[in-house]
Design a protein around this ligand. Structure first.
Ligand SMILES: Nc1nc2c(ncn2[C@@H]2O[C@H](COP(=O)(O)OP(=O)(O)OP(=O)(O)O)[C@@H](O)[C@H]2O)c(=O)[nH]1
Ligand SMILES: [Mg+2]
Length: 198
């Protein structure tokens, strides 16, 4: 059983600038990853609230930091799809700058949930983010999303590949299968977040 009632989540606010964020206290967990990877869908599945975070077939739909309150202390952050250009966390667009600033400055950020489409894991941008997180000693829990798109064998193979890749940094990085459609891995995700919010 999960300690936090994720189904009591509610929309708090949408921030397009750091000054719009709530005070930097309590705990935040941020969902990050490439556009269309399934971040907003994962938040909807985690909370069991359809349409809480807006999901879309159009990549780049989430262009602000959308914040969901779990209770007075704990928040979920839906970050804009990462555009990751050449430099690790240097991006041209204003809203990507927002993500960078958020990641660098946020004291109450307890961990990142990195969402990667299981069919396209560990793209250059994801690897850069992971390297950066390890350098900062920030914990990352990876969801290999849309696991329903693969049969069991290939899905477990993909999981094994990613496990191998993160092995040297396993004190900071963990990984699991996930599907917002089939709810694969939902309780594992809740348990991970319970730890970060504890
Ligand atoms: N089959 C399947 N489709 C999924 C799953 N999760 C998300 N999708 C679909 O993938 C598309 C993108 O999902 P979103 O949750 O909007 O992705 P996002 O990462 O929030 O995208 P941006 O906000 O644009 O960065 C939508 O069409 C979803 O319905 C899943 O577990 N299985
Ligand atoms: Mg989204």
């Amino acid at each position: 059983m999960s300690k936090i009632n994720y189904n009591q989540a509610s929309f708090l606010l949408s921030a397009v600038a750091l000054k719009h964020l709530p005070e930097d206290n309590g705990n935040e967990v941020a969902f990050i990853g490439r556009s269309n990877a399934g971040k907003s869908s994962a938040i909807n599945t985690l909370t069991g609230i359809k349409g809480l975070a807006r999901s879309s077939k159009t990549p780049g739909r989430t262009q602000a930091i959308n914040i969901f309150k779990l209770n007075d202390n704990n928040r979920l952050m839906d970050l804009p799809g990462y555009g990751f250009t050449k430099a690790p966390l240097t991006v041209s667009k204003k809203w990507m700058q927002l993500v960078n600033d958020y990641l660098q400055d946020r004291g109450c950020l307890k961990g990142l949930v990195l969402i990667m489409d299981i069919r396209h894991p560990l793209k250059e941008q994801d690897v850069k983010l992971l390297d950066w997180a390890v350098t900062c000693q920030l914990k990352v829990h990876i969801l290999l999303s849309k696991a329903d798109k693969l049969k069991k064998g290939p899905a477990n193979n993909a999981l094994l590949q990613v496990k191998k890749a993160i092995e040297p940094n396993k004190s900071y990085i963990s990984v699991q299968l996930f599907s917002s459609l089939d709810k694969i891995g939902l309780s594992d995700l809740q348990q991970q977040l319970d730890k970060w919010f504890a």
